[in-house]
Design a protein around this ligand. Sequence first.
Ligand SMILES: O=C1C[C@@](O)(C(=O)O)C[C@@H](O)[C@@H]1O
Length: 254
Amino acid sequence: MSQGYKLGDLTLGEGMPKVCAPLTGTTVKELLDECELVRNSEADLAEWRVDFFEHALDTKKVLEALAKLRQELRCMPLIFSFRTAEEGGEKNITVRQYIELNKQVAQSGAVQLIDIELFRGEDTVKELVATAKEQQVLTIISNHDFTQTPETSEIMSRVEKMLDLGGDIPKVAVMPVKEEDVLTVLQANLQLKKSYPSRKMIMIAMGSLGIVTRMSGEIFGSVLTFAAVKHASAPGQVTANEMKKVLKIVHNAQ
Ligand SMILES: O=C1C[C@@](O)(C(=O)O)C[C@@H](O)[C@@H]1O
């Protein structure tokens, strides 16, 4: 899809990378307050990091909260992400529960994208991609490593697997422990952009060393960047308003 993905007024994958603000509240009240802050910020879309929610393992309560968030966000696009403890998230979840929760959310009509972790298993990914496609929900197939940065070839092969499994937007977020790791991430991003020019992806080096990767997506081929409004959901996020300024500077220099 070389033109990008149309999400209401914005097109993901065209022009400047889009700024996504995570919602990390533990209660419905906190989440609704965050939605209002996000709406009034420079963020283009929101991500509900549902693993922070106190009732994240109760699908009925998640769906009830989601309906409220949808209303409060008005027309702002929303990504639904349950980040598992295995990948740096807040809670453990069984594969069965993970599938059930994501399926019901995809069918709710309240979200535009769901995040599916590659390492929950091929069958899980395929099943959820199929459900999402039926509902015209976009899929981000993700992988996170909070301790290290794999080699360029390993990052590329993970992304290729994500594409093979039918995901719309591959996403890799890793932790650099030395400056060279940041170059590894940028190298993987650039090579993937050249090998798959029509595909959209998200590539992040986290932490203080990785900051440049969050800001240079327009050059190396990362279409979305996460930036905080109230609380960061991962190390290295700056605020959405600061991020938008930097993205504009990079854009205007092109
Ligand atoms: O996958 C990502 C990227 C992220 O980990 C980051 O580094 O900004 C933040 C998460 O909320 C999101 O789901």
